[in-house]
Design a protein around this ligand. Structure first.
Ligand code: SF4
Length: 549
């Protein structure tokens, strides 16, 4: 409480948040300055015309650590720098001369020809790296700037792009991996995804946002819609039929928030316009002063869903939206792993690598196997998995055997199926700990230690590993979420470890895991810890009780 000085008090003046619509057009931080100085999409021509010939040392620092992202390029971490030093070094001290390159694959949709090409690019330019991210992207490493013109030429000749795969822009749109073929979907969102991509990706009007903007569109609840900046979720309207329920303002990272429903029903053909209205609100009213408050979730939290919808209708759409019902929540998470019958009588077959770790060789092998099985289509999933579509029944078993041989398990253990991991210290400059290799070791350990109980796990236990406090692997919505940090071991040494979050989830259990005070585990103790937690859960649960309940 303010001390009583006897003088009348005035309400505290709220500092401007850098909202363009309120007149704050002057850049208020270096990132905003960089975007104003030169439009980020302009960097492509400099890469093609200057940097590809001049090499790494010719790259302007503002492009290197800023605008390159608009084309999916980040410098990767210099090898050999331990996680304890991450926060103590300047960005340039962490920079390797190689890049991570993200290929955006909206809806995770690929033909087998495209998958083959992705694999060949990986083998030629990326030392056979090609991870499957939880945003349905393919992520390469070891890319050199000299190769970018050729890589783009090859990707674009096959209808793929890296444009706005990163940066303060509308990033890859998540879509159901089984859109159009699943008998469980209420509506196929693919036309809306394609139309948004066609109209707006690369549109300079939406390429300078306050921060990144993540979209999910699905006719069923398989895209983690609760944690997106905007999501359109399939719902049946009692009068108007199938369409989409609109959610805004979700996101994880250091201030996690579950998205709010606007209570509006949108038909398929109006999704692109409504999406454009919402991203316009973000562009115009989003907070640009502090990067840490620049996601749309902060605006939605301050305004509330009712005001957000009112501004959308009155200032942007110039018409009211139709009220709509909430979609029913499925009983368990949907990940499309295993063999499932399609609407047309054929099958789709979902396989699990370990925590998204894939390679160019794996992608090529999968494409060949899919083609031998009579399929021409695959999709990546938001759970770091891969699904082969359109498989005739007679080919299912042989395809499963070929996928297993390629490193994709179609009958995975619950651990392999439900463990996810971000990039981690192997390549990420922000990382504090190792994640992918740690996840692989954890899966192998749990498969041998818990083999006798895993069949009793009718409800899965999800385990997500992050290499730092950002939440690329969605730790707050896992049953066991592990946030990488340096911890003190029993002998008092500073070692790699994790802060544990317990009991988060999506769907029926939508909410964030509890961060218990002092609940930290070293990397070396991780398997023991997870085993103990799972055994306790199995011993104490009532029948059918989920971990997060
Ligand atoms: Fe990098 Fe952190 Fe994201 Fe992992 S969570 S990929 S370490 S930024």
């Amino acid at each position: 409480m303010a001390p009583n000085t006897g003088r009348p008090t005035r309400p505290k003046q709220r500092r401007g948040e850098g909202q363009w619509a309120l007149g704050y057009r002057e850049p208020l931080n270096p990132n905003e300055r960089s975007k104003k100085d030169d439009h980020p999409l302009n960097v492509r021509s400099r890469i093609e015309n200057i940097y590809a010939a001049g090499g790494f040392d010719s790259i302007d620092p503002g492009d290197l650590r800023g605008r390159f992202r608009w084309y999916g390029l980040y410098t990767q971490r210099k090898p050999g720098i331990d996680g304890g030093r991450t926060a103590t070094l300047e960005p340039e001290e962490l920079d390797d001369r190689y890049f991570m390159l993200r290929v955006r694959l909206d809806g995770g949709a690929l033909t087998t020809d495209q998958l083959t090409l992705l694999g060949e690019i990986s083998q030629t330019y990326a030392r056979d790296t090609a991870d499957i991210t939880d945003r349905q992207n393919i992520q390469y490493h070891w890319i050199q700037v000299e190769d970018m013109p050729t890589i783009w030429e090859r990707l674009e000749s096959a209808g793929m792009t890296t444009m706005e795969a990163c940066g303060d822009s509308p990033r890859v749109i998540l879509g159901s991996p089984v859109a159009g073929i699943s008998s469980d979907e209420i509506i196929d969102g693919t036309p809306a995804i394609e139309e948004i991509k066609r109209r707006y990706v690369g549109d300079p009007r939406f390429a300078n946002l306050p921060r990144k903007f993540k979209t999910a569109i699905s006719g069923q609840q398989d895209v983690a819609h609760e944690i997106h900046d905007v999501a359109f979720v399939g719902v049946e309207h009692p009068e108007h039929g199938p369409g989409f329920d609109v959610w805004v303002g979700g996101g994880l990272s250091t201030n996690p928030m579950i998205a709010q429903r606007l209570g509006a029903w949108v038909p398929l053909d109006e999704v692109p316009d409504v999406w454009a209205g919402i991203i316009s609100i973000f562009r115009d009213y989003g907070y640009r002063r502090l990067r840490s408050r620049a996601r749309i979730k902060f605006l939605v939290k301050d305004w509330g869903a009712e005001k957000f919808r009112e501004v959308l209708e009155t200032e942007y759409l110039k018409r009211p939206l139709i009220d709509g019902p909430a979609p029913a929540v499925p009983e368990r998470p949907i990940d499309h792993v295993g063999v499932h019958r399609q609407k047309d009588g054929r099958y789709y077959v979902g396989g699990a690598p370990v925590a998204g770790r894939a390679s160019g060789s794996m992608l090529i092998a999968v494409a060949k196997a899919a083609e031998r099985a009579g399929s021409g289509r695959v999709r990546l999933t938001p759970q770091q998995k891969l699904v082969v579509l359109d498989v005739p029944e007679s080919e299912v078993e042989s395809l499963q055997a070929e996928l297993t041989a390629a490193g994709l398990e179609t009958r995975p253990s619950p651990w392999r199926r439900h463990v996810m991991a971000c990039t981690g210290i192997e390549f990420c400059k922000l990382a504090i700990v190792e994640t992918k290799a740690r996840a692989a070791a954890l899966v192998a350990d749990l498969e041998s230690r818990l083999a006798e109980v895993q069949d009793g796990l009718d409800n899965p236990v999800t385990v997500h590993l992050n290499g730092c406090p950002n939440s690329c692997a969605r730790i707050q919505v896992a049953d066991i979420g592990l946030k990488g940090q340096i911890v003190t071991d029993a002998e008092g040494n500073q070692v790699e470890g994790f802060q544990v979050h317990l009991g988060g989830g999506l769907g029926l259990d939508a909410g964030f895991g509890r961060k218990l005070r002092g609940h930290k585990v070293t990397s070396a103790e991780l398997t023991d810890y997870v085993e103990r937690v799972v055994r306790n859960y199995l011993a104490q649960r009532t029948e059918g009780e989920r971990f997060a309940q």
